[in-house]
Design a protein around this ligand. Structure first.
Ligand code: SF4
Length: 287
C-alpha cells in the first residue's frame, strides 16, 4: 500500500490509523455471512447497523468504535532495542493525531496520562527471526471484550467435554457485554500465562483461514454451531449470529494440567500489520 521510506514511529501512527478505521476484509465477509443466515429481524437490523457503521468509518477515516482500545503489538523479524521507544512515540502521536481515546490509567489511582502510555503500556510481544525485515501487527483491544477474558486450570480428567463446557459458558455468561457477534480466541494447554497469551494470539488468525489441525478444526466448527444455536445473538439481543468464528491455539502442557483460556474480540475485530523492509519502505495490510 505504501512504499516510501518512513520511520518506525510514522509507521506506528499509520498502522493504528488503518487498524481503527478499516475493518479487515475477512471480518467484513464474516459479518455479511452472519447476516445471510440470520432469521431474527432485530438481529438482522443490528448486523446491518454494524456494517453501515464500518463503511462510514472507512469512508470518513474515523475510528469505527468510540473505544479504540489498548493497542497490543506483536513485533517479529529483525529489530533492536530502540524499537520500543519508536512504538511508544508512535502511540503517543496516534492518540492525538487520529485521535484515539486515551484509555490507559493507573490501576489503583485511575490517573490517566492522556497518551495511551504508562508502565507496561502498550503491550509489546517480541519474536526475533532471521528475516531481514521487521513485521509489526497491532490488535486494538476494547475493554468490553477484553474484560470477559477467562482462564481455568481444569483437571485433565475433565477432558474435551470439560474444555467445551468452559468455552460455551464463558461466551454465554459474557452476554452482550463483549458486543457480539464475537470472534472467540481459545488457548488450550501450555502454562497458565502461555494459555492466556495463546487465546489472544488466536484472534490474529484471519477468519477465512482454516485451522490446519483436523482435531482443532472440528472442535472449532462444533463450538461455532453450538454457540450460534444458543440464541444470544448480536449485541446479546437474540438471534442466530452470536459468534463469527472460534479460533483455537494449543500447546503441550504438564500431564497433571489442562489450562483453557478464552479471549474475545467484539464485532470490531480490528488488526493491521506493517512490514518494514531494510531500505525503510513499508507495506501495510490486514493479512
Ligand atoms: S467491545 Fe468492541 S465494539 Fe464494543 S464498545 Fe468495546 S471496542 Fe467497541
Amino acid at each position: 500500500m505504501i512504499s516510501i521510506p518512513e520511520s518506525v514511529e510514522d509507521a506506528i501512527v499509520n498502522l493504528l490509523r488503518l487498524a481503527n478505521t478499516k475493518l479487515p476484509e475477512d471480518v467484513g465477509w464474516a459479518l455479511e455471512a452472519a447476516a445471510s443466515w440470520e432469521t431474527n429481524e432485530i438481529a438482522y437490523s443490528q448486523l446491518g447497523g454494524i456494517m453501515d457503521n464500518v463503511k462510514k468509518a472507512e469512508f470518513m477515516g474515523r475510528p469505527m468504535c468510540q473505544d479504540t482500545g489498548v493497542p497490543v503489538f506483536y513485533v517479529s523479524g529483525k529489530f533492536d532495542a530502540s524499537i520500543e521507544k519508536s512504538i511508544r512515540n508512535g502511540v503517543r502521536r496516534a492518540t492525538s493525531e487520529i485521535p484515539l481515546r486515551p484509555n490507559t490509567v493507573h490501576p489503583l489511582t485511575r490517573e490517566n496520562p492522556g497518551d495511551n502510555l504508562g508502565d507496561g503500556m502498550p503491550v509489546i510481544h517480541y519474536t526475533p527471526t532471521d528475516d531481514d525485515h521487521t513485521e509489526i501487527t497491532v490488535l486494538p483491544k476494547g475493554a468490553g471484550a477484553e474484560n470477559m477474558t477467562k482462564l481455568v486450570m481444569l483437571n485433565p480428567a475433565d477432558g474435551t467435554a470439560g474444555v467445551k463446557k468452559f468455552i460455551i459458558s464463558t461466551v454465554l455468561e459474557a452476554g452482550g457485554r463483549p458486543c457480539p457477534p464475537t470472534v472467540v480466541g481459545v488457548g488450550i494447554g501450555g502454562t497458565s500465562d502461555m494459555c492466556v497469551k495463546m487465546a489472544k494470539e488466536a484472534l490474529l488468525r484471519p477468519t477465512d483461514h482454516v485451522n490446519t489441525n483436523d482435531d482443532e478444526r472440528k472442535l472449532e466448527e462444533e463450538l461455532f454451531t453450538i454457540l450460534n444455536a444458543s440464541g444470544l445473538g448480536p449485541m446479546g439481543l437474540g438471534g442466530d449470529s452470536t459468534v463469527l468464528r472460534v479460533h483455537i491455539k494449543t500447546a503441550y502442557c504438564h500431564t497433571a494440567s489442562l489450562p483453557v483460556a478464552v479471549n474475545l474480540n467484539c464485532w470490531a475485530a480490528r488488526r493491521a500489520t506493517v512490514r518494514i523492509m531494510k531500505d525503510g519502505t513499508s507495506r501495510y495490510g490486514q493479512w
